[in-house]
Every structure is written in C-alpha cells, then in structure tokens.
Write a protein that binds this ligand. Structure first.
Ligand SMILES: Nc1ncnc2c1ncn2[C@@H]1O[C@H](COP(=O)(O)OP(=O)(O)OP(=O)(O)O)[C@@H](O)[C@H]1O
Ligand SMILES: [Mg+2]
Length: 364
C-alpha cells in the first residue's frame, strides 16, 4: 500500500553545512496496517512523513501509494500533496478558528483535489458520516474556538478522513492532550482506522503509544531505521542496545561467554547467567544482555531448582499504582525490578531473584 524506497533528505544549515535528516529510509506498509515510526526527537520522523505527504521534496528515492508512484528522483515525479490519496493530522490541531466544525471538516471536499466537486448534499453526508465516526455528531454548527482540546483533535481527524483517503498520516496527533484523554483517543483512533480498513502511518516518540497501537513498529534513530517488527518482538527481542534502552527501562549485564548450546552462560557481576540455546550466538568472547525490570521475578521463598536464581536485598521501592518500581542489590550490582503491587517488599528485605533465560536479550 505504501512503499518508501531508499529516501534521502538533507537540509542545508549555515555555512554550507548540512543535516542528514534521512539517510536512505525504506518502508513497506501493507494494506490496512497500522504502522508506527517511533524515534527520539530530531530522528527524522516528521521529515519522513512530510516526504510521504508531498510537503517535502526528498533528494533521492521513490515513494509509492498503492500502485501510484508519487515521488521518484530518477523519473522526476513529484505529485503535489492535494493529489495524493492521503489524509493528515498533525500535533498542532491546525483547524481553522474562524470556521465552524462543519466547514472545517468540509474543507478538503470543497477546496481539496482537482476533479469534479461533490454536490452540497454529498458534502453534507460525508461530513455527517465523518463527524459520527469521531463521535462529534451534532457539533457541526459549533465554532471551532468553543471546543476542548480533545474535540479539536477529533475535528482534525474527521477532516483527515472525510475524503476517505487510502492512507492516513498521523504526526504525533495526541501529544497535546492530557494523559487520560490521550489514552481514550488512542483507543478510538485505532478502532476507527480498523473499522474503515484504512492504512495508517503514525509518527510518535512515545514508546507506550507505539507499543499499544501498532501492528508494526519501525524505530528510527538519526535518520536511519534501526529496528522493525511487531511491538512485542521489538520490545522483548531487539538486539540493538540503543533500541532496547529507548523502549523502556532496562538493566544491562556484561560478561564472558562460557559453555555451548543450551548450557551457554554469561559470567556476570551477579554470577553465571544461563542464556540457553540461541540462534546466531557467538560461542566465545564478551557479550551483553538487556534484562527488563518486568522480566525479573522476585520471590520470598527459594524456588529451589531452575536457572538463574540469585539472592539479593531490596534496596528501595516506589509505589507507582500498577506496579512497584524497585531496586534489588545482588553482590555489587543493583538491578532495577518491577514488583507486583499486591506483593509488597520492604527495603532491607532478603529476596530471591529469578531471571528466566528466554527473557535475557542479547544486545550488540
Ligand atoms: N526545514 C528544516 N531545515 C533544517 N533542518 C531541518 C528542517 N526540518 C528538519 N530539520 C532537521 O532534520 C532533523 C530531523 O527533523 P524531524 O523534524 O524530522 O525530527 P522528528 O523526529 O520529527 O523530531 P520531533 O520528535 O522533535 O518532532 C533534525 O535534526 C532537524 O533539526
Ligand atoms: Mg516531528
């Protein structure tokens, strides 16, 4: 549905220097997928989206939406934004304050593409339908200025889908909303795009949002895609140190590899850590593993058998509602852990820490 092939984009900055905002980005998004481009600030997310939208002219590469080539540097193709089958929502709501809700949503139908203009009745029907989808039925006459932040964002969403584009481009559309509203809108947005069978290209720096919404995630750093996959795999299996760290809190243990096959171990500060059999594993030398706080089981009783059980002392705890963030000291190493909120441990308490081998992510 969307195919981005080796897009490069540089921006000139002062004194002849330039920023390599995109260093050869390729993305393939199948029909109906909710795809997220996730990365830190300045990594090139908006630039990538603006290239797809036609708001930015890439230096090199090709972009296809469906069968249509909308950009090609070699063939000198550059289809203007309003002739691409896309809808867009940006971080700033960008709805027109001097218009009511109806006219904001109707705008792309009235002034959008070339080709035949729809009739008044067709416009009314399309706008009503779009407002219904974002749960703003009956708000058509409201001046845009009399809407809450969440409602304004819904209007922007309605405007983006009113032409039923094949591709919806969303650049941090929820970042101006408060936490609760953001969560609600995120669910609604996902439900709506699924219902309409729209392909979505979503841009965010928020890991939770990306993990929650996406069929697939690409992590972009400094203009390059460094990881791509399903949320669960990207979170639990990435072998990229920067990705593992960016996607959440993580512990890193380093050491010497010993043993082979299912008996492969890493000699670390907390003791020998069994890693088990893995693909593409170096059988000697030094290695690092990332271990997420929630991958660590903390137990009062010694589980007896089983790999990777260590004795430690609870160093600190902080109640955060859905879990307790804590640290456990094992020898000279302090390990970040997540305790179950119903199983309260106190600082100073002795615990048994268990780290299942399959939860250790080998990283570069
Ligand atoms: N018009 C421009 N002129 C010069 N440099 C630019 C321009 N637009 C973007 N850049 C630079 O390109 C890089 C990527 O910017 P981009 O806006 O794509 O980042 P982003 O990932 O969207 O960041 P954020 O999460 O902060 O929105 C940055 O270093 C930025 O300063
Ligand atoms: Mg941006």
């Amino acid at each position: 549905m969307l195919r981005v092939v080796n897009i490069k984009k540089t921006f000139p900055v002062d004194q002849g220097a330039q920023v390599n905002a995109l260093k050869g980005v390729s993305i393939d998004v199948p029909d109906g997928e909710f795809f997220t481009l996730l990365g830190p600030s300045g990594s090139g997310k908006s630039t990538a989206m603006r290239c797809i939208a036609g708001l930015e002219h890439p230096d090199e590469g090709e972009i296809y939406i469906g069968e249509q080539c909308v950009f090609s540097s070699k063939r000198k193709i550059m289809v203007p934004p309003d002739e691409r089958p896309i809808g867009m929502v940006f971080q700033s709501y960008a709805i027109w304050p001097h218009m009511d809700v109806f006219h904001n949503v109707a705008f792309p139908l009235m002034y959008g593409s070339s080709g035949p203009k729809p009739s008044k009745e067709e416009i009314r029907n399309s706008v009503d339908e779009a407002l219904k989808l974002v749960q703003l039925s009956g708000y058509g006459d409201r001046p845009a200025t009399q809407l809450s932040g969440g409602q304004q964002q819904r209007v922007a969403l309605a405007r983006a889908i009113v032409r039923r584009p094949r591709l919806l481009l969303l650049d941090e559309p929820l970042s101006n909303l408060d936490a609760k509203l953001r969560e609600e809108m995120r669910v609604e947005m996902k439900e709506m795009t699924t219902k309409l069978g729209m392909t979505s290209f979503f841009v965010t720096h928020d890991q939770i949002e990306a993990l929650a919404l996406s069929d697939r995630i690409a992590v972009i750093m400094q203009g390059e895609i460094v990881e791509m996959g399903r949320p669960h795999d990207v979170y639990t299996k990435s072998d990229n140190k920067l990705v593992a760290a960016f996607l959440g809190t993580t512990n890193t243990l380093e050491g010497q590899i010993t043993g082979t096959g299912s008996d492969t171990k890493l000699e670390t500060e907390i003791g020998a850590l069994t890693l088990g059999a893995r693909q593409n594993m170096t059988t000697s030398g030094r290695a690092s593993v990332a271990i997420r706080p929630e991958a660590v089981d903390c137990l009062r009783e010694n589980p007896g058998s089983g790999a990777n059980v260590y004795q430690g002392t609870v160093k600190r705890t902080m109640f955060l509602g859905t879990f307790i963030d804590g640290e456990v000291q094992i020898g000279s190493k302090s390990l970040r852990v997540s305790f179950n909120p119903y199983n309260t441990f106190s600082p100073g308490e002795k615990v048994f820490v268990r780290i299942p081998p399959e939860r250790c992510q080998l990283i570069d």
